[in-house]
Design a binder for this molecule. Structure first.
Ligand SMILES: Cc1ncc(COP(=O)(O)O)c(C=O)c1O
Length: 362
């Protein structure tokens, strides 16, 4: 992928022929053979998609080591997989989940995407940005009545061309039923539907790719959890290796472990037992915060230069540090924590964060 990016920094959209010629002229044929076959196969299906993807999304976000006296004292190494750096607006697990869904939509020749979410949804925000970038029309089915003034997330989505279709909470609960989808089809025509939060089998395929990018030895992989799609993709990518720790953002979501098992089973045809979901750091429930969590997020940025948000990544890192402090990891362990992005979500907490923190995402 990167070879082609280098070849086309000039910016003009290439034809398939110039694309291949360029590839050959820059790289001896034996070096590019399998790569070019792969790229050309994908190019035939979806040329614009690849070109735009390579041009604007970071394909291999780095691992950043955290240096802290606590880690030294406990003999633990902590690295952050910086998926938040993939793209300013289509970042973290949102891109990982969207990548193969967009490819599937393109392969099925759909021009319209439909997805679902609430007024501050990271998924709605990222899907609106991705649809705009990759040339899809897009409808967001939004939970609740249309308010007098839209949340910054929905303003952004509308600005990117997403049509917002508000439905009351009762109707929203039916969003996955055949009947509701048929009604949407009658109203809007044929579409490719991406579930709320983006979790489906294509999402797992995208998340799995993270594992191939982890080029250091490690013992634990940590991730925030909502629907369980991200942790499921990590598990299928790891194929039973290492230990995976999920940090639930939802209180008492006791069905989460079963949901992860089902996703893994549906995707990989087996179950993996090398994971545990921690429910101790939800801070009172989904999107709930307290002063300690907010201060932790601010200190994290000051000390390590990494922005977190309060719904997912803030809670995971708070939990991880607390577990390290209590000696829950053996000395000599290496932990990788996945930064799943979602930084636009900071706009839901204007009372705690200066607007300059989230303005850059809008
Ligand atoms: C930033 C962020 N991190 C983590 C999650 C949780 O991911 P999942 O729903 O796949 O468990 C979400 C929600 O999708 C999210 O937006």
């Amino acid at each position: 992928m990167l070879i082609v990016k280098g070849a086309y920094q000039g910016g003009q959209r290439p034809t398939l022929k110039t694309f291949c010629d360029c590839l050959k002229s820059q790289h001896p044929i034996h070096q590019i053979h399998s790569l070019s076959l792969f790229i050309i196969a994908r190019a035939c299906a979806s040329f614009k998609f690849i070109f735009v993807t390579m041009k604007s999304l970071l394909s291999h976000p780095p691992l950043q080591e955290i240096n802290d006296s606590l880690l030294t004292a406990e003999g633990v190494r902590l690295l952050v997989k910086r998926d938040d750096l993939i793209h300013k607006q289509i970042q973290g697990n949102k891109w990982r989940k969207l990548e193969y869904n967009l490819e599937e939509a393109r392969c099925q020749e759909h021009k319209l995407l439909i997805t679902f979410g609430g007024p501050f949804s990271n998924h709605i925000y990222a899907t609106a940005a991705a649809a705009n970038l990759f040339g899809f029309k897009c409808i967001g089915v939004i939970r609740g009545e249309r308010p007098a003034s839209l949340s910054p997330t929905l303003q952004f989505a509308e600005g990117k061309g997403m049509h917002l279709h508000f439905v009351n909470r009762e109707t929203y609960r039916l969003k996955e039923t055949e009947m509701f989808l048929r009604q949407l089809q009658q109203q809007f025509g044929e579409f490719y539907a991406i579930p709320e939060g983006g979790t489906n089998m294509h999402a797992l395929k995208g998340v799995e790719k993270i594992i191939g990018e982890l080029d250091v030895e490690f013992d634990y992989l940590a991730t925030p959890c909502g629907t369980g799609g991200t942790i499921a993709g990590l598990l299928t990518g790891l194929k039973g290796e290492k230990q995976v720790i999920g940090f639930s953002s939802l209180k008492g979501h006791d069905k989460l472990t079963a949901a992860v098992d089902k996703l893994v089973q549906d995707y990989a045809g087996t179950k993996y037992h090398n994971f545990k979901i921690n429910f101790d750091y939800h801070f009172g429930g989904y999107a709930k915060v307290n002063g300690e969590l907010i201060q932790f997020i601010k200190d994290f940025k000051t000390k390590y230069g990494i922005q977190l948000e309060p719904v997912y990544t803030g809670k995971m890192f708070y939990g991880l540090f607390d577990m390290i402090k209590s000696g829950r990891f053996e000395r000599g362990s290496t932990i990788i924590a996945l930064h799943t992005g979602g930084l636009q979500g900071l706009c839901g907490y204007p009372e705690y964060f200066d607007s300059s923190v989230f303005e850059e995402f809008f």
